[in-house]
Design a protein around this ligand. Structure first.
Ligand code: ACM
Length: 431
């Protein structure tokens, strides 16, 4: 595929070593030809990392030979939430899919040949419903109780309260899964998640509390750091560094989290600054600027509008280091756009969400700062023509075509002020 340099502007050497995109194949399995197509598109955009979000409450997408039910049971759900918010319904359509290890090895090689590193992510110890559907013994409260709560991967979206338990056998399970992940992916960085771990089940469970106290841990935040630290140490012994969301810093200290762990900062600058102060490398992916599932305008015709408005112009004005301290500046390894696929259930819907915003993001990632909007808009027709020539069904600049809308399917738009307030609350105790 031709490089896009004719339409996009890439000056000199790239500003960031890590210029990534996350694809959420856990919520929506995507056939391999689509992943290869995405790799081609990323390479043409000067990007060099594809983080594959392989597991979540709604699905498990990688074959694990030691635990075959993860894919066989965790890779199927009977139906899926349609829309977002209180009026969302269920679609009644079964959803199935996972990748064999052989397929993923081929993808790794295909991507490497195009200058793209695939960073796999297995989300631990929260976002665990698909795991528990397959292996309830790893949940909180005993296998019988978990089986009664979890019949299949979650058919709803949001943050489930199902988390792994903290028995040694569960840590061993996680490490065995990651061993197979390391055998498939040659990336020196392995994602272990760590985001949005609900603490209620740990808090209310006598056995978890007993283990927590036996280990000298004062609260569930430290317990989370203990779990992630155990997994990270195991990966370190295999020569791999971990990548985790900024929640990974909750309750963590140098004795629990390896110094080379990379913090993916998605909830504003607080986690990024703390991670850098603790000596970690930092990947910047603040949701307000880089979450490409967020709605592209205030138009109620945007398909299933969620999140805050993130228009093309907003992405173009993304200044990754705005307000960053000197210590953070010295620890930023890169930037990443995250494509969560709750509502992106086809290639066309993926294209609509991602393009042309990815063009602006790619220039920011390469050049290191916000774009000159006038210059970008002059080049935009050439870029859109290029996308069209590649069969990319991008969002028209003036809004969705009728066939790109989702009339009657509810969304849950947010405004920036309320999201900023929520982020402040969520990160208040990160220190
Ligand atoms: C995330 O968006 N939960 C990392």
């Amino acid at each position: 595929m031709t490089h896009l340099a004719a339409a996009l502007r890439f000056d000199g050497e790239p500003a960031y070593a890590w210029r990534g995109v996350l694809l959420d194949v856990a919520r929506r399995f995507r056939p391999l030809p689509e992943l290869r197509r995405l790799v081609d598109l990323l390479a043409a955009h000067g990007l060099n990392v594809l983080q594959l979000h392989l597991t979540d409450d709604q699905g498990w997408r990688i074959e694990v030979r030691a635990f075959p039910r993860l894919a066989e049971v965790g890779g199927r759900r009977s139906q899926t939430q349609l829309g977002h918010g209180p009026d969302a319904t269920l679609d009644g359509v079964p959803h199935t899919g996972w990748y064999t290890q052989g397929e993923l090895r081929e993808l790794v090689a295909y991507a490497a040949a195009r200058g793209i590193r695939i960073v796999p992510e297995v989300d631990l110890p929260g976002h665990a419903t698909a795991i528990l559907a397959a292996y309830p013994e790893f949940g909180v409260g005993g296998a019988e109780a978990v089986r009664a709560r979890v019949a299949e991967p979650w058919t709803r979206f949001g943050v489930s309260d199902e988390v792994l338990n903290v028995e040694e056998s569960t840590v061993a399970f996680a490490c065995a899964v990651l061993d197979e992940v390391c055998d498939v992916f040659d990336s020196d960085v392995i994602g272990i998640g760590g985001d949005e771990v609900r603490k209620e089940r740990w808090h209310d469970d006598a056995r978890t509390q007993q283990l927590m106290h036996e280990r000298g841990l004062v609260d569930e935040r430290e317990l989370q750091a203990w779990f992630l630290g155990r997994v990270a140490a195991h990966l370190a012994a295999r020569g791999r560094r971990v990548l985790g969301w900024d929640e990974m810093l909750e309750g963590a200290d140098a004795s629990r989290l390896p110094g080379d762990a990379i913090v993916a900062s998605w909830r504003g600058p607080v986690g990024a600054e703390l991670g850098a102060r603790l000596g970690h490398d930092v990947l910047l992916c603040p949701d307000l600027w880089t979450y490409l599932d967020y709605r592209q305008s205030d138009d109620p015709c945007e398909p299933i509008p969620v999140g805050t408005v993130l228009a093309l112009e907003d992405v173009a004005s993304f200044d990754p280091l705005a307000g960053a301290s000197a210590v953070l500046r010295s620890h930023v390894v890169g930037v990443q756009a995250n494509v969560w696929c709750e509502h992106l259930d086809s290639r066309e819907r993926f294209d609509y969400a991602v393009f042309p915003r990815l063009g602006a993001f790619a220039e920011v990632a390469w050049n290191g700062g916000p774009l000159d909007w006038d210059s970008f808009t002059e080049r935009l027709p050439g870029y859109l023509a290029w996308l069209e020539s590649r069969g990319v069904d991008f969002r028209p600049l003036d809004g969705p075509r009728p066939d790109q809308q989702r009339p009657g399917v509810p969304g849950m738009p947010r405004d920036r002020a309320s999201r900023l307030a929520e982020l402040a609350r969520l990160t208040a105790d990160l220190r």
